[in-house]
Design a protein around this ligand. Structure first.
Ligand SMILES: Nc1ncnc2c1ncn2[C@@H]1O[C@H](COP(=O)(O)OP(=O)(O)OP(=O)(O)O)[C@@H](O)[C@H]1O
Ligand SMILES: [Mg+2]
Length: 235
């Protein structure tokens, strides 16, 4: 059974559909990448899964349950955490307090969880008293991910986690995502760095104009003859 199973999802902002019958699945502990041109609806899809937008049509099943119209906090409780494309940290709070905010729905001692995050992202440990807004782009992305992971998600939704990073940092960040996956978390990632992401992902989807365009394993998409055009979105 798929962990996340989306069927024929139609959703928009204020009535006008942006996604038209999108279908997608994520298996347990799988890394799945969504690529496609600007405006394809990639962020809209993640926002819908996170419970921020209400579908007009279609179904969203998670762990076998129908969660189609669940509110965001209920999705978090169900095990789905979302790192948005922009403004995904509290810039005026310290790194440490950002992590604590991530754990706001948890009870008990969060120190051990923070410590696990600093083991996963060692660069952040030295910086834990600094304001998140004072960090580099890559470090801010790591804070955003660590904050989401404080909630122990089963599925982590990441919207362009490597945007604006140097080529070296893109590779480092994608390897971090593999590390997270190895801890047993499934990942659904929107990525502009399509090649590098698909090299590491089990499967990928190409979205264009709010619709499924292609779907295949990472290697098969990489080998697709329209590969270049695919990711520019004019295939
Ligand atoms: N809050 C909003 N209200 C109305 N329309 C919106 C809103 N957010 C996005 N849209 C529109 O929905 C369409 C899809 O946007 P979306 O942000 O999902 O695309 P995307 O694939 O994530 O693009 P990008 O690669 O630029 O991040 C675009 O036409 C956009 O203008
Ligand atoms: Mg987007």
């Amino acid at each position: 059974m798929a962990l996340l199973d989306i069927q024929h999802l139609t959703v928009g902002y204020g009535g006008l559909p942006i996604l038209h019958g999108v279908t997608l699945r994520v298996e347990p502990q799988e890394m799945v990448v969504i690529v496609g041109p600007n405006g394809a609806g990639k962020s809209t899809l993640l926002k819908t899964i996170a419970g921020l937008l209400r579908p007009q049509e279609g179904t969203l099943r998670f762990n076998g349950q129908d969660l189609t119209r669940l509110r965001p906090h209920r999705m978090v409780h169900a095990g789905v955490c979302y790192v948005p494309q922009v403004e995904n940290v509290f810039p005026s709070l310290s790194v440490d307090d950002n992590l604590a905010m991530g754990a706001f729905v948890r009870t008990g001692d969060i120190r051990a969880h923070k410590d696990a995050m600093y083991s996963l992202f060692p660069d952040l440990r030295d910086k834990r008293r600094l304001r998140a807004g004072a960090l580099s782009g890559g470090q801010r992305q790591m804070v955003a991910m660590a904050r989401a992971l404080m909630l122990h998600p089963t599925l982590l939704l990441l919207d362009e986690p490597t945007a604006g990073l140097s080529p070296l940092m893109v590779g480092i960040m994608l390897e971090k995502l593999r590390d997270i996956q190895r801890t047993g978390v499934a990942l659904l990632i929107v990525e502009q760095n399509a090649r590098q992401a698909l090299q590491r992902a089990q499967r990928g989807y190409v979205l264009a104009m709010g619709q499924n365009r292609y779907e295949d394993t990472g290697p098969a998409l990489l080998a697709h003859p329209d590969m270049g055009a695919l990711f520019l979105g004019n295939a």
